[in-house]
Write a protein that binds this ligand. Structure first.
Ligand SMILES: [Zn+2]
Length: 433
């Protein structure tokens, strides 16, 4: 189902005219209200009135994560605090948190793009939405929540954690749509199994998963273990939260970006040069309807590709490839660029292991080392040391062949790696450089 038939299927020409108008309005707002942007625009020799088409976007300055830190906490807000009705923040792994604000209209915009997202995933008013994203400063929980209420569905604001209770609620309340991180969905499947509940037989129909990179193989695994359609959702608090883009259930191929609110670009991560459709690079977003915290050309560090081809669902909005990693999550091991998601893809192609793994990077002398700890499943688990050795060597060979990096694979017993109830911790980098 398409939530907003008019705006989600706008002909490209009309969409681009709308984007240009909204971009100019946003530029005027930030130029007048945010000293950081006035300075940046002046340095670039650009005035908001110079924006006549989308081509002019390329002349505007970038905004980076470190700009957000420099103006912590409220220095980039474009409205006085009395107009701000909500604050969210994302915990930085290093340094200060990123703080974002919303006006009443921003909250409405967010609920609108989330309602669109839920509809794209196949959810309806009659659904029971089991929202296991964390509630709080993190945007996941409340973002999904407001969208589900706007749609008119029934929301269960269960938040993350207390997994046994999640299964009981799922079973007793008849949850039909599950929203959480993909790794947590698999953890819930294991929890159900331990409790003797056949999760495949519950009423769950669709899962909407995001907030961490995952692979096509992991989708297959989730769909099989939970007997649902697994849909990828994307968002980041800086841009609005969840609801920046989502896959449609008709195609499950690429995530439609709600372009009447967010203009996407792909740039070369090193040079900053804009790349054409179809090329892989860093995803950049400009918000064109936000009031409290508009961002111009925000560099997300997420790696993706944009596809303009029409989609069978009828939406005209461009699609982005599922995020394959982050340019700052990227590990450089002996000069080779490695994304944890690539290792995951290798593991998911091997019989007998589970998608639970931990990458330990270290340095011996001047040489980087990579250890991959991965769980074998009950089927792959064997008392025969020899058989396990063969399995381990095979994974090492696959990693070497596909990624060009040497790894030592350590197989561990089923269910021994720590499970996460939020974003999975996949990498321990012990190198002191
Ligand atoms: Zn589509």
């Amino acid at each position: 189902m398409i939530w907003d038939q008019e705006f989600e299927t706008l002909p490209r020409k009309d969409l681009e005219a709308l984007q240009t108008k909204r971009l100019r309005e946003t530029a005027e707002r930030v130029y007048g209200a945010v000293p950081f942007y006035k300075k940046k625009f002046d340095e670039a020799g650009m005035r908001p009135g110079d924006i006549h088409s989308l081509k002019d976007l390329g002349h505007l300055p970038f905004t980076t994560k470190s700009d957000l830190r420099d103006y912590y906490p409220f220095g980039l807000f474009a409205v006085p605090m009395e107009q701000v009705v909500r604050i969210h923040a994302s915990s930085g792994t290093t340094g200060k948190q990123t703080v974002v604000g919303y006006t009443r209209r921003d909250i409405n915009t967010w609920a609108e793009v989330m309602a669109r997202s839920l509809a794209a995933a196949g959810a309806q008013r009659t659904d029971m939405i089991h929202n296991a994203y964390g509630y709080g400063l993190f945007t996941g929980g409340l973002g999904i929540h407001y969208g589900a209420e706007k749609m008119g569905a029934s929301v269960i604001p269960i938040s993350g954690g207390n997994s046994k209770r999640q299964i009981i609620v799922m079973k007793d309340f008849g949850s039909t749509v599950l929203t959480c991180t993909p790794s947590y969905a698999l953890f819930l499947a294991e929890t159900a199994e331990e409790m003797g509940v056949d999760i495949r037989k519950l009423k769950l129909r669709v899962g909407i998963f995001g907030a961490e990179p995952w692979s096509e193989k992991m989708r297959e695994e989730i769909e099989r273990k939970l007997n649902i359609d697994a849909i990828d959702i994307f968002g980041l608090s800086e841009i609005i939260g969840p609801g920046v883009s989502i896959e449609c259930i008709e195609a499950k191929r690429g995530l439609h970006i709600f372009e009447d609110h967010f203009i996407p670009e792909i740039i070369h991560p090193q040079t900053g040069k804009a790349l054409p459709y179809g090329e892989k690079g860093e995803l950049v977003f400009t918000t064109i309807t936000k009031e409290a915290f508009p961002l111009i050309r925000y560099r997300t560090r997420d790696i993706s590709v944009l596809y303009p081809e029409p989609c069978k669902c009828g939406r005209t909005h461009v699609r982005m490839e599922r995020v394959s990693g982050r340019s700052d999550d990227m590990l450089i091991i002996r000069g080779v660029n490695v994304f944890p998601s690539q290792i995951e893809s290798v593991l998911m192609n091997v019989e007998g292991v589970e998608p639970h793994y931990l990458l330990i990077v270290d340095r011996q002398g001047n040489l980087d080392t990579l250890e991959v700890q991965v769980e074998v499943n009950e089927k792959g688990f064997s008392d025969e040391v020899k058989e396990l050795q063969v399995l381990g060597r095979r994974i090492e060979k696959d990693i070497k062949d596909l990624l060009g990096v040497t790894a030592v694979v350590k197989l561990v017993e089923p269910k021994t790696l720590q499970r996460s109830e939020g974003k999975a911790q996949r990498v321990v980098d012990k190198r002191k450089i």
